[in-house]
Design a protein around this ligand. Structure first.
Ligand code: CUA
Length: 310
């Protein structure tokens, strides 16, 4: 690279619009800094102490006062609407986005694709495809940051966060942890590899591993979930097939959506929100199950059809 690049590469669909807003904010700041400094110098010279000239008190200047209130107001309103519309647009995940799970821990990023392929500190994605990341942390707060895509998301322990992006060109891009998370925080880096869809398919197919759904199905019996959540006479807990994405009624009133955060909470703290008509029988799996295993279980539960829980 010749010269000194002030900005990272532009490699995602939103990168340009983020840069434009940033340029606007910078331009406003530079313009007013110059204006203020110019005024200071001009007034210092014009009104310097001179023999035979006394200071003259000025009382009120309505036009000036309205101007210095209205102009900054209008400028900040532009910043606010521009910034928030960009934020809202960027937080809406496109329907057809490809799901990828990410778990952050001291000090690495563990990534799993729906096909089962796992990687550490590397994220392979196809170009031109919206990618939805569901992120969890095994320990402390991390932050998933890809400068070339202009996306950054804090990853918090105890909850799921999502982010999405769509890469616009192939290549390798930096991946950082952008939140101080302990001794080796600076080593929690990696790369994002954007590939042509054919190459990506080839890369995915290169290794056959247990898919998240298969791993989830295995864990579902290993953790004995199947004993209570099965159909038939043994069923003492809600049957999970077909529930994903739906609203469920809760014991003690209220409703909740049966989604990733609810499933996760129900594994860690089962009695927090019990489905209507059931008793709080389920033990907590806190400390016995890793974030990755929970994500596998969720993938399995998502895959279940109403009759398929057995
Ligand atoms: Cu993880 Cu800093």
């Amino acid at each position: 690279m010749i010269g000194f690049p002030l900005f990272p590469e532009v490699a995602s669909t939103i990168a340009r619009s983020v840069d434009l807003l940033y340029f606007f904010l910078t331009a406003v700041a530079v313009f007013f800094s110059i204006l203020i400094f110019a005024c200071i110098v001009y007034f210092a010279v014009k009104y310097r102490r001179q023999p035979g000239r006394a200071a003259e008190q000025v009382q009120g200047a309505i036009g000036l006062e309205i101007a210095w209130a209205a102009v900054p107001f209008l400028i900040t309103i532009v910043m606010f609407t521009w910034g928030s519309s960009l934020y809202i647009a960027n937080s809406r995940v496109p329907q057809q986005a490809m799901d990828i799970y990410v778990v952050g821990r001291q000090w690495m990023w563990k990534i799993q694709h729906p096909s089962g392929r796992r990687e550490i500190n590397e994220l392979h994605v196809p170009v031109g495809q919206a990618i939805k990341l569901t992120l969890a942390s095994q320990d402390v707060i991390h932050s998933f940051y890809i400068p070339a895509f202009r996306v950054k998301q804090d990853v918090l322990p105890g909850r799921y966060v999502t982010m999405w992006f769509q890469a616009t060109r192939t290549g390798e891009f930096h991946l950082f942890c952008a939140e101080y998370c302990g001794t080796s925080h600076s080593g929690m880096i990696g790369r994002v590899v954007v590939m042509q869809p054919e190459d990506f398919e080839k890369w995915l197919g290169g290794v056959t591993e247990e898919t998240p759904v298969q791993a989830g199905e295995r864990l579902f019996s290993e953790f004995n979930c199947i004993n209570c959540h099965a159909t038939g006479s043994r069923q003492r807990c809600p049957q999970l097939g077909g529930l994903y994405g739906r609203e469920v009624e809760l014991e003690g009133g209220g409703r909740t959506t049966f989604d990733e955060p609810y499933i996760r909470e129900s594994i860690i703290a089962p009695n927090a929100k019990v489905v209507k008509g059931y008793s709080p029988l389920m033990p907590s799996y806190r400390g016995q199950i890793s974030e990755e295993q929970i994500l596998d279980l969720i993938a399995y539960i998502r895959s279940l059809t109403p009759e398929g829980a057995e």
